[in-house]
Design a protein around this ligand. Structure first.
Ligand code: HEM
Length: 313
C-alpha cells in the first residue's frame, strides 16, 4: 500500500514538473490558441473563425417514428451559423461547418456539423496531434512531419482521401453531417443513427472556370442573392446504423445501403449579420428523446468549446 502511494505521489510530482502528455480539453484549447491565436483580436472564435449568421424555420415531418417532443411542433425557429473549417479565410476551400439551433421554446436542439460524413481523428490524441503538428517550430512549419503522419495515421490518411474526392461548393449545394452517432428514442428503446442535411438543389461542385470567377468571400454574396429569391432549403434525414456499423468512431465511414428517415425541412430565409460569430454552440444541447453519442471525442469537444468561449470573453 505504502509503495502504491509512493508511486502515485511520484507520478503526480513528475507530471507537474514535465507537464501532461494527455490531450485534454485545456491542452487542445492551448494548441488552437498557439496555432490560430491573434493577440490583436483576443475576442475572435479560435476555430471555424470565419462565418456568418442566418435565420429560418424548420418544418418537422408529421409522421416521424422517433419520440422527440420538440419535433411535434408545426414549425421551429432556427438560427444558423455557416463557417469555414479551421482558420481558413478563403471561401474557395472545401471544409465547411454549419451550426444550427432549433429553438422550440420549452426545448431546443443544437447541431454542429461539417460537410463531411467523417472527421480526421477518432480520439483526443489524434485530434490534438492533428493541429499540434501544424504549429511552426522556430518559425517553420514542419511539412515533412505533417506528410509523414498524414501517411501513417489511418484517420488522417482516410480523411485526406475522402476530401480529395470533394470539390468546392456553394451553400445551396452543400450537405452537412453529424459525424457522431446519436441515440434516438422509439417507444423507450434508443436506436443509433447519424443525421444529415441534404440541400434541395442537390450536392454540386463548382467547375474550375466557375471558381476562377469567384472571390474569397463568395459564400456570403451568393447566399444573399439566393435568398433574395427564395429560402435555401435542406432536408434532414436520420441514417440508422446497420448491425455491422461502428457507432463509437467518428472516422468510421458507413458504407452501403442504410435505412433513412426524413425528419423535416430547414428553410434558411434571412441573413442575420455576424453577431453570432462570438456565440458558442454546444453539441451536447440535445432535446428530450435524443441521447448523446458514445465516442471518445464528444465530451471533450463540448468541454473545449466551453473553454474557448470563456477565453474570448
Ligand atoms: C465530429 C467532430 C467535430 C465536428 C463536426 C466539429 C465541427 C465544428 C464546427 C462546425 C465548429 C464551428 C461552430 C460555430 O459555428 O461556432 C466548431 C468549432 C470548434 N471546434 Fe469542432 N468539431 C468537431 C470536433 C471537435 C473536437 C473534438 C474539438 C476539440 C477537442 C473541437 C474544437 C473546436 C473548437 C475549439 C471550436 C471553436 C468553438 C468556439 O469557441 O465557439 N471540435 N467545430
Amino acid at each position: 500500500m505504502a509503495f502504491v502511494v509512493k508511486v502515485l505521489v511520484c507520478c503526480f510530482l513528475l507530471s507537474g514538473l514535465f507537464g501532461s502528455d494527455e490531450y485534454d480539453a485545456e491542452k487542445i484549447a492551448d494548441i488552437f490558441y498557439t496555432l490560430n491565436g491573434d493577440s490583436s483580436d483576443p475576442h475572435k472564435k479560435i476555430n471555424h473563425a470565419k462565418g456568418f449568421c442566418a435565420t429560418g424555420e424548420f418544418f418537422p415531418n408529421k409522421s416521424l417514428s422517433i419520440d422527440v417532443p420538440l419535433l411535434k411542433k408545426d414549425y421551429i425557429n432556427a438560427e444558423v451559423r455557416y463557417s469555414l473549417g479551421g482558420a481558413l479565410l478563403d471561401d474557395r476551400s472545401k471544409v465547411r461547418g454549419m451550426a444550427l439551433r432549433l429553438l422550440g421554446g420549452d426545448s431546443q436542439w443544437t447541431m454542429v456539423m461539417l460537410n463531411t460524413e467523417i472527421n480526421f481523428a477518432k480520439n483526443p490524441q489524434e485530434f490534438g496531434q492533428f493541429f499540434e503538428m501544424r504549429i511552426p517550430v522556430n518559425g517553420k512549419v514542419d511539412t515533412k512531419k505533417i506528410a509523414k503522419l498524414t501517411k501513417e495515421v489511418d484517420s488522417y490518411r482516410n480523411f485526406e482521401a475522402y476530401t480529395s474526392k470533394m470539390g468546392i461548393s456553394k451553400l445551396e449545394n452543400t450537405s452537412y453531417h453529424s459525424i457522431h452517432t446519436f441515440m434516438f428514442d422509439k417507444g423507450g428503446k434508443f436506436y443509433p443513427a447519424r443525421f444529415k442535411f441534404v440541400p434541395k438543389d442537390g450536392i454540386k461542385y463548382l467547375s474550375e472556370d466557375e471558381i476562377a470567377n469567384l472571390d474569397k468571400d463568395f459564400l456570403l454574396s451568393t447566399f444573399q442573392s439566393y435568398i433574395a429569391k427564395k429560402p435555401m432549403e435542406y432536408d434532414m434525414y436520420l441514417v440508422y446504423a446497420n448491425d455491422n456499423d461502428v457507432i463509437n468512431d467518428t472516422t468510421a465511414l458507413w458504407e452501403g445501403e442504410h435505412k433513412e428517415e426524413y425528419v423535416g425541412t430547414l428553410k434558411v430565409a434571412k441573413y442575420a449579420g455576424d453577431d453570432c460569430n462570438g456565440d458558442v454552440y454546444f453539441p451536447s444541447d440535445l432535446p428530450l428523446g435524443v441521447n448523446p453519442p458514445n465516442d471518445p471525442l464528444f465530451d471533450l469537444r463540448n468541454t473545449t468549446y466551453g473553454i474557448t468561449f470563456g477565453r474570448r470573453q
